[in-house]
Design a protein around this ligand. Sequence first.
Ligand code: GLY
Ligand code: MN
Ligand code: MN
Length: 441
Amino acid sequence: MNLPDLGALYSHHVRVLAQRADEALARGGFDHLVIPSGTLHYQMFDDRDYPYAVNPNFKAWLPLTKVPNSWLVYTPGKRPKVIFHQPFDYWHVVPDAPNGWWVEHFDIEIIRTPDQALALLPADAARCAILGEPQSTLGAFAPNNPEPVLAYLDWHRAVKTPYEIALMRQAQRLGVRGHRAAEAAFRAGASEFEIHMAYCSAVGQDANELPYGNIVGLNEHAAVLHYTDLGKTAPQPLRSFLIDAGASAFGYASDITRTYATTGHDEFQALIDSVDAAQQQMCAGVRAGVDYKQLHVDAHLSLMGILKDFGVLKVSPEAALATGVSAAFFPHGLGHLIGLQVHDVAGFAASDRGGRIERPQGHPYLRLTRTLEPGMVVTIEPGVYFIDMLLDEVKQCGHGDSIDWNRVDFFRPYGGVRIEDEVMCTEADADNLTRPAFAEA
Ligand code: GLY
Ligand code: MN
Ligand code: MN
């Protein structure tokens, strides 16, 4: 798969991170930034380790996701240092010796045991901002996660460097390979489990490497927002398929959802097509200076317009929004920041000095309340679902008349529709990262 010249992009990326770190350390009053990669965690009363998840602050600097017990040390004005744990171990595959586009930017120290890092970390732990989890503590180097440092770094991490965008585009291409294979498996009558396996095989990543657990729902299962049960038998008859699945590229995530119908289910296909068209309109709304909260509220109105057209809703979109009926059909947020983490940090941050922008009332699951800036990447993932638990509440609240229940009965067996892309905010038009990957696949 073609990657652009990452060397040049990475050189710029490291400069940006160093500038951000300089300011973050100044704000916190620290001399060094120290970031452990994290350690393996073991199951209770067992010698089995959980899947290793690298510290996101570590992989922000380095395209390394499988080197536990390693450290990044940055001191303003100096070359950053990597303390790279490469144990002598004949039980496991050990990390490759450092190689790739990143090595020339770092002083690299190889250690063979975790505690050898102590001699290579800065002299005075008290002068260090140490970002990590408590389990990474080594001697006096206990993560302190200083608030002013994290507030600054997390806030600015929302704006991606061109290097990060290149890797996120790669994560799109990988994910789309999986989506194509998954659709083919669905059309061939595969079970949810088989579709999941087809996806993993096409992407070349298993559950430990994917950025989140695949959501693969057939028929009514499409209504379960985070359905991860993976049934072993395909239901009969097959009507619909919702897949929400991404991929990882050097630690960067994609998060993509598509919904399909089997042939002959024309009205549900038409609903998919309407949500898809509305989703593209919403993607086009990703512009610098736009309040994401407003996009979310506008999405409610747009989706309720569709449900009105399909005869499900009997009142105006505005009335459905005001009474909370719209939230029964669209019960999650329009989207979130994405990057090193599928739900990336600082979605509610008010500034790089902290503070929080609350969600609008009645929208408890929205994960992003910031104003969009060039370089931010967000998901746009509208959906409509037929979820009895939520529709029963509508009745109990006295708004049952807003809905044509025969139409709900008609659509319930399909579960629901969600369409999700990643979109980059630019100085001008929105840049949809996902659609071109489908177009070229
Ligand atoms: N796949 C989880 C989400 O879309 O946020
Ligand atoms: Mn998703
Ligand atoms: Mn998402």
